[in-house]
Design a protein around this ligand. Sequence first.
Ligand code: AMP
Length: 414
Amino acid sequence: MAGGGKLQAPRGTFDVLPEDGRRRAKLRALCEELFEPAGYGYVETPIFEATELFARGVGETTDIVQKEMFTFEDQGGRSLTLRPEGTAGVCRAYLEHGMHKQPQPVKLWYWGQFFRHEAPQAGRYRQFNQVGIEAIGSDDPSLDAESILLLFELLEKSGAKGVRLRLGSLGTPETRRAYSEELRDYLRGREGELSDEVRGRLDANPLRAFDSDHPGTQAVVKDAPKLLDRLNEEDAAHFAEVRALLDEAGREYEVDDALVRGIDYYTRTVFEFTSDALGAQSGVGGGGRYDGLIEMLGGPHTPGVGFAAGIERILLVSELEAGQDTPDVYVVRDGESTSAFVVLGALRGAGFSAQMEQAGRSLKGQLKHADRLGARAVVIVGSEGMSVRDMQSGDQRDVSDLAGALDALKQVVA
Ligand code: AMP
C-alpha cells in the first residue's frame, strides 16, 4: 500500500472493545426480555437498500435525504443507500413477505447499524446503532401507548438518567396540508424575521420552522398557529386516548405542540425521549405513528407505529455495568505436558468456564495470571500428575485423573 500514514477508523465511526461489548450485550438482552414477551418478533433487514426506498419513505425534503445519506452505485448502475433509519426497511419487508395477510397487528423489533453523514460530535456518529420496534396493521391507540411505555421501560431498566418524554400529534396528512398553508401564510407575513434556511424552505416544508434554533425564527414561531388546535375530531380523540393510557400507566410526559420530527412519514402520534445527562444531542429515542408510509411504498393502506432509540446514547446515560467475565478454572501447565489442552477441553465440556496458559509463563507467573483473571480454581497439569488448587483458600490437593479433577472442582466451584 502506498503512503505510511497511520490507519484509523473513519471519521464519525468507532470500535467496540470488549468492555463496551459486554454493556451492549446486556442492553440487547434487556431489549429481548422486554419485546419478545410483548409479542414483538426479531427481524433483520439489509444494511443497504434501494435509494428510492428512503427517498419515498423518509421524504425528499428531509435533512436525512437531502444531506445525510451514504449513497453509491453498484456495478449495475443501481443507486443504493446505507440505511439511515429502520422503519422504511421493515415496512418494505412487511410488504415483500406478505405480512399483511397474517393476523394484524404484526409486531417486530430490530437492532443494528445505521448510517448518517452528519458532523461528528459527542453522541453523534456517522455509523451508529439503533434498537426499534414496529407494530404494523392497526391504528389502535393502545399500540401508540405500548410503544411509548416499552421505550420508557427499556430506559428505566437500563438505568438511564434524566429521562423526559415529549408527546405531540401531527394529525392526518389532510389536516397537516391545511395547517401548512395557514402556517406558511403566517410565516410569510413575518418573513423578514426568519432565518435564511427556514425562508428557503417555506414552500417545501414550513413546519421545519419549529426545528430552528435561530432566535428570530423562534420568536416568530412562538405566536404561530398550532397544529394541535387544528386536529380533526377523530385525530383529537385518538390523541386523547393515547394520553389517557399513559396517564393510566402513571407515566409523565409533556405535551409539545411544536414537536416536529425529522422524518416525513409521521401521522398522528409523535414522541421523543431526551436525557438531561446528554449535551446538545439530547435525543435518546423517538418515534410515532406512520399510517401513510406503507401506501407511499406501494402497498395497501396500512397503519403502523413504532420507535427507534440510539444504543450509544442510551449507554452514555445509563448505569449498565459491564461486569467481569471471570473463569471458573485456569489450567496451569507444569513442564512439558501436552495433556493440558485435553484437560481444558474436558473442563469446558463439563460446563466450567475454563482458560489455559497460552503465553509461556513460568509456574509462578501462571498462578499470578490466574489470580489476576479472578479464576476460582486452577488445575495444575504436570508430566507426572495433576492437582487442583482453590484460589481463595489456597488449599491444594493431588488428583489421580480427570474424573478426580472434575470432582474436586465441583466442590470448589459451587
Ligand atoms: P431518529 O431516527 O432521528 O429519530 O433517531 C432515533 C435515535 O437514534 C435518536 O434519538 C438518537 O438516540 C439516535 N441517533 C440518531 N442519529 C444519530 C447519530 N448520528 N449518532 C448516534 N445516534 C443517533
